[in-house]
Write a protein that binds this ligand. Sequence first.
Ligand code: HEC
Ligand code: HEC
Length: 310
Amino acid sequence: MSKQEEKPDVGTTGHSWDGIEELNNPLPRWWVWLFYLTIVWGIWYTIAYPAWPGIKDATAGYLGYSTRGEVAADIKAVEDANAALTAELASVDLATLADNAELNQFAVNAGGAVFRANCSQCHGSGAAGAKGYPNLLDDEWLWGGRIDEIAYTVSHGIRNEQSFDARGFGGEMPAFDGVLADEEIDAVVAHVLALAGEDHDAALAETGATLFLDNCAACHGDNGEGSLAATRSYEDPEDLIANGEMTGAPALNNKVWLFGGDAASIRESIVGGRAGVMPAWNEDFRPAGGLTQAEVNAVAAYVHQLGGGQ
Ligand code: HEC
Ligand code: HEC
């Protein structure tokens, strides 16, 4: 018998195949200890971390760890880092925001997020608007395109019952059904088409011109320039911020339409009237889901730089 064939004194497992037997060698010490260690570690882990499923929840673990908590901590860290900028944004004089590049960039970024979450369902994700919902990309404004004017519009909203200082409070496009006769409405439609530089019946438009001055010019301006343009000529610029003088009557002499510029849509606007409503966003008027002043300023900065800001 050679040395290799000597059987150490460990016995066999009893397994034998074709005369070959399996020795019952002990496992190496280091391996066994490692094995016990993994068991101990496994038990410790299920006590320390959320592990055992219950009926509604898993056990919480004494370390109190949760992935949700970790996300909350990350968010808080970002908020803490931005706290100074947010505080500054809440009280900034918007007219000077553009001079502070860092704050302005912060506002535009934050405002984009506010817009996507709160405004895009009405104004469109690209802010291009839709029928009845103004395009915020162009330089056509019902209520003013200066950054402070935009912030006011967002804070108070338009023709809502939340803020007494809402824009257009008590002012809307009246329905002329029954006020003007059918032929008179046809004539006014022709005049509005003429104001906008569209094809029209010249004789009808001529009749419509007088009717327009009598019935429409008070809000839309003598030449259909709109209530904003009409109040722009006021001496005191504060009048533009104050809600009082503006009815929000759109300009009719440019080819930009809120409710459509074909003869049928114009007729519909005149016959039935129009009264677009936008909710107030400032948390003062909207306890649930309102925007803080910093968020209002941020979204105003965002909208202002979209292309049409004045
Ligand atoms: C529920 C729909 C709705 C939501 C949401 C909404 N708006 Fe409006 N918004 C309107 C309507 C309707 C008008 C036009 C009202 C009118 O006819 O004068 C308007 C008008 C405006 C105007 C005035 C445009 C001009 O020409 O002067 C601004 C600025 C504006 N919205 C910004 C915002 C911002 C910013 C948000 C998000 C914080 C927002 N809107 C959310 C419906 C909405
Ligand atoms: C009391 C003020 C007032 C008077 C008077 C008035 N309008 Fe208006 N008009 C408005 C307002 C405000 C709007 C916009 C309503 C909105 O934004 O929802 C409007 C909207 C319109 C629109 C839709 C414009 C668009 O961009 O789609 C047309 C067209 C129009 N008016 C024509 C007339 C004509 C024609 C008359 C006279 C027969 C007239 N309006 C009289 C206030 C007035």
